[in-house]
Design a protein around this ligand. Sequence first.
Ligand SMILES: C[S@@+](CC[C@H](N)C(=O)[O-])C[C@H]1O[C@@H](n2cnc3c(N)ncnc32)[C@H](O)[C@@H]1O
Length: 347
Amino acid sequence: MTLKNNFFIKDNGQKLPVSLNDYLLPALSPTTKGTNYWDSKPTSDISKDQLGRIVLQVHQILDIFSSLGVDLNNKNFLDIGTGNGMIPRLILELSGLAYSIGSDPFLDSEHSTSWQKHDHNKTLIEIKKFIDLKCKNFLDFNKYSKITEYENSTFIPKKIEIFEQKEKNYRFENLGVHEISKIRDTFDIIYCKALEHISNWEDAFSEISKVSKKNTYFYIKHRSFFSYLGPHRYSSIEIPWGHLLLTDHEFKRFISEFHENRMVEMDRFYFNDLTYPRKTVSDMIKIAYDRGFYLHGIKIEPPKYREKVFGKINDINNFWLILKTNFPSLNLEEMFSGIYHIVFKKV
Ligand SMILES: C[S@@+](CC[C@H](N)C(=O)[O-])C[C@H]1O[C@@H](n2cnc3c(N)ncnc32)[C@H](O)[C@@H]1O
């Protein structure tokens, strides 16, 4: 366990302060009692905050499309990296979408970011019951904000009218993004909250282009690697923006010095389960542009924990110099971001 006021010494001899309590825990939402901050939720029924996460996410998607004047009626919807499929299933039932598909190469508990094994139908029924009880005909954040208190989101969606529609078709495809064209369909709306876990964005966007058509909207919900919790809870370290201050080689040394017991898992997550080589949002926009997806809308959510950790830069000597040396063209909006909502339109 890391001790307060420890230091990590970079290859050039510079000392960086290391403190779990000062630099990492204030940014993380609490985990299940009796588990470590990096553990996934143990197998059991879904928790209220997992339920809140789904409702909020669907609400935000509906809000973004409404703000952009995009009518979802009779459109089809593809969610890439869907996990348990709750997003495409719930949005289908609460809007005028015609049908939806969720795709993911991994099933429950197979990827480091997967949910625990659970009954998807039961979970969907539970979420809908909750919405019926709290919201009736409108998704209203005030009515369910209590169960989102541990979410790091600062994007409060506006009140949105919903209409319960039944008997609509959802199906799951066990496919990764790099083989998504095997679906042999094209979509009006494509959603993805997984890109930060996927490498080779060039090929991913080329594949997504094959399941798109003129005027397809492609919405990416994205946590940038360059943000404070870019390496997520599994491989974030106890130095403010430490992953940007250390080279890859120093990161490997850091985890062997400070996280000997789980260095293999941290290394795997950091280099295999996050986009590698690293890519910025600007890189994403260029890759998308080259494949006919023009930037249509963008919203940056600052993280909820900003006031707790942003000031910690002052604890690091030469912070800006190290950052500039490691990432000369890094955009500071991205460094201070929580979550990006990026919508492209296919031309
Ligand atoms: C952070 S989870 C998001 C799950 C779901 N979209 C949500 O919002 O709850 C990331 C998802 O990306 C999926 N994933 C990992 N590699 C992928 C790939 N190559 N193609 C598509 N999805 C992938 C994981 O299985 C996981 O379900």
